[in-house]
Design a protein around this ligand. Structure first.
Ligand SMILES: [Zn+2]
Ligand SMILES: [Zn+2]
Length: 133
């Protein structure tokens, strides 16, 4: 038997994959290293976790793991709402919000351009105070 099996290359590090490290990403379907044997050396180029919704093991390569976590990282953008966004979130009119801000009921920031900015937390606290409409 001289048959040579084609060796899969890891989509992350492009190194050959051993049988015990062969894993397929549930997101992109590509093969990557994930050591499934504690008694053998092997590298990890991704993660495996238990999906609570599907009660199944979910394999995610490092490439997809980074993509998945990237959009949630810049929370600084979403943590601040401008006046119209805050009005939409609270159901209050922009005037009411401006009055509340002027009265100091909502913590807010005023940009050099004069625009009001609210922290999402302050808006959520306001909603919580008012209770369901
Ligand atoms: Zn790898
Ligand atoms: Zn992937």
């Amino acid at each position: 038997m001289t048959e040579i099996l084609p060796t899969d290359l890891c989509t992350i590090c492009t190194e050959p994959i051993e049988q015990h490290t062969e894993s397929y990403c549930n997101a992109c379907g590509r093969v990557f290293h994930l050591n499934q044997r504690e008694d053998l050396p092997g590298r990890d180029c991704g993660t495996v976790s238990l999906s609570e919704t599907h009660l199944a093991l979910v394999f995610i390569c490092n490439s997809c793991g980074e993509e998945a976590s990237a959009p949630t990282a810049p929370t600084a953008l979403e943590a601040v709402l401008d006046l119209s966004e805050a009005a939409m979130a609270t159901g209050l009119s922009e005037n009411e919000l401006q009055e509340q801000a002027a009265a100091g009921t909502i913590s807010h920031r005023r940009t050099s351009g004069g625009a009001l900015l609210f922290e999402r937390e302050a808006i959520q606290a306001l909603l919580h105070e008012r209770g369901p409409a």
